[in-house]
Design a protein around this ligand. Structure first.
Ligand code: A2P
Length: 275
């Protein structure tokens, strides 16, 4: 859980963090975040859209974990994109998270209308050192190329749906070639991949769970992974992935599970047109 990836601006980012999407219930959320901290998680991935920045901020403060051990990511919500509204929204995220600086902020989805305004605001926040790195989420190659044509600061990270049924190999090749780190949301494929026969066979061989095998596949592929769970035993289990190593053949076998219809989430271009 201490492995890091060096982003293109030199910042070290943990390769393995905890995702807090869908954690909205106060009591369950408190238990989950406390369990995550207790299991060793130091990187947390939230978003304005998740409505739990304030809860996360309170629990991080209460935990007394030193700030320099934490790595906090949040995202600008689609309806708040645009120059002024982004600046205001990130100010509020800073306040809710009780931080002086956010480690990484992401544009949650590409938006046709606010494409460069949001990014200009991110560049300003970066220049003012209110954030340590800026990146995007759900950007495909053509969105990244549009951004690259006018950006002063290159995105450090692209966070997208990646799991064994939706491996995004072409996009990941592009990110690798352009020194942008790939980060996976819904890394377990919303549970569907957990009952896959190939994953189960590999899991049995190592005496691990399917979720642990999938997390290992992400880590060994160099993908930043942020599994989420509201179940304390699973939160702990998802950190216990450092006592086995998948072979090259097993990694390739999992790569080959990719399916044409493997996407679970929204299509980025549809969101792009709507926003
Ligand atoms: P729960 O929160 O009830 O524990 P993804 O991140 O791919 O969208 O998947 C998240 C889902 O996977 C959640 O519904 C979560 O359920 C479940 N999950 C997380 N970790 C595990 C695990 N170790 N074993 C089984 N299911 C898991």
């Amino acid at each position: 859980i201490n492995d890091t990836v060096r982003l293109n601006n030199g910042l070290e980012m943990p390769l393995h963090g905890f995702g807090v999407y869908l954690i909205t219930d106060e009591d369950k959320g408190r238990a989950a975040i406390r369990q995550a901290l207790g299991s060793g998680y130091r990187a947390f991935d939230t978003a304005e859209f998740y409505k739990n920045e304030a809860l996360l901020g309170t629990l991080l403060k209460e935990s007394e974990v030193p700030r320099n051990e934490l790595f906090i990511t949040t995202k600008i919500d689609n309806p708040l994109q645009g120059y002024d509204s982004t600046l205001r929204a990130i100010e509020r995220s800073l306040k809710d998270l009780q931080l002086e600086q956010i480690d990484l902020i992401l544009v949650h989805w590409p938006s046709k209308k606010h494409f460069f305004e949001t990014w200009r605001a991110f560049e300003k926040l970066y220049d003012e050192k209110l954030v340590k790195a800026i990146g995007v989420s759900n950007f495909e190659v053509h969105h990244l190329e549009q951004l690259a044509a006018r950006a002063n600061v290159k995105p450090a990270v692209d966070q997208m749906e990646i799991h064994p049924y939706f491996t995004q190999s072409a996009l990941r090749d592009y990110l690798r070639a352009n020194d942008i780190a790939a980060e996976a949301w819904s890394p377990l494929g919303r549970g569907a991949v957990l009952s896959d026969a190939t994953i189960s066979r590999i899991a049995e061989k190592y005496g691990k769970s399917p979720a642990q095998v999938i997390i290992r596949w992400h880590l060994q592929s160099g993908t930043i992974v942020i599994p989420k769970s509201q179940t304390p035993s699973r939160i702990k289990q998802n950190t216990e992935v450092y006592d086995f190593v998948l072979t090259e053949d097993e990694l390739k076998e999992i790569d080959a599970l990719d399916r044409k219809d493997g996407r679970n989430g929204p299509v980025p271009d549809e969101v792009f047109e709507e926003n």
